[in-house]
Ligand binder design. Sequence first.
Ligand code: ABU
Length: 383
Amino acid sequence: MKVAAVATPAAPGAATVRTPTTPAADARAPGPVVSSHNEWDPLEEVVVGSADGAHVPAWSPMIAATAPEEERGFFQRLGGSPFPAEVVDAARRELEGLAELLHREGVVVRVPSALDHSRPFATPDWESGSGMYAAMPRDVLLVVGDEIIEAPMAWRCRYFEVNAFRPLLTEYFRAGARWTAAPRPTLRDEQFLAAEEAASLHSAPPYMVTEYEPTFDAADFIRCGRDLFAQRSHVTNALGIEWLRRHLGSAYTVHVLEPNDPHPMHIDATMLPLAAGKLLLNPERLPEVPPRFRDWDVRFAPPPNPEGARHLYMSSAWVSMNLLSLDERRVLVEEKEMELRAMLRGWGMEPVPCPFRSFNALGGSFHCATLDVRRRGGLQSYF
Ligand code: ABU
């Protein structure tokens, strides 16, 4: 096996979604280039992920902990190989549709640079037969105010995924953003519960990552101004949450929730604040309103629409509630989620339908596939 010490450098400016990109920095309205404090202020600039060259992660206990059991054969057959072309093509078409919709709404759309996800790579401690993709900027990067934070991700195959976003990060940094990388975990074997250790537990292991070093995926955090809500998961450990808490300092409070999720990985199909005072909850994972939200208008998402059965290789069907807000009223919803659309209308919101069912095969939906780099609005407390 040919092993490269680092992944292919990203080609600066290479775009995978044919959509107008940001005007030159000097043509942009004055103000911070990166500024996003919550999930709902009016959206001005967003990164949309790319399905190009997506590879299936190799089967391992980490994958087994979060992938639906019925898809085990898929990973065992294709792990380390490209996702089937029809899956990637359909996801690419939907990403293009999403980017065009956002552009029509006046949002500046940015895309990651091309990265060769087929290349094996290694550190002094381990090797990975391939990378994965750059489809989910939400997992990789966390925007808190004018700062973009690179997440210390726990899946080895995602170790260099951030490289697809580096040209953008450099550009944002040049334009005044703060740019931080959380301490890069070594991801030695000690970072993971051993397969036999997991198997010896009476029930499913609570978390596959140990507390060896801090790890987190950015999608395990939800932002509500001065308050962030997090969960521990198979990729986010207590040290990772503590690292972010100390890094953000006393201006922010990081709350840890304990959803009832047997396969926790990312909190954005469990809770999603849609506006100041409006919270959408997953009725299975958070059947009781977290105390912090008792003064909010909290509603439970209806069950996902089973119509148009498709393979969900890396997520649950609850990606139905993985939404992206254009502002406090308008929110992107998968077009076939009719019950959710009706529920949102009854809540005084305007659901904006967008086809995105095929993309779900890659493990997420609108929130996962995007990173809101700039929303109009300042830092506030909502509690
Ligand atoms: N990665 C988005 C969350 C998927 C899930 O909770 O099923």
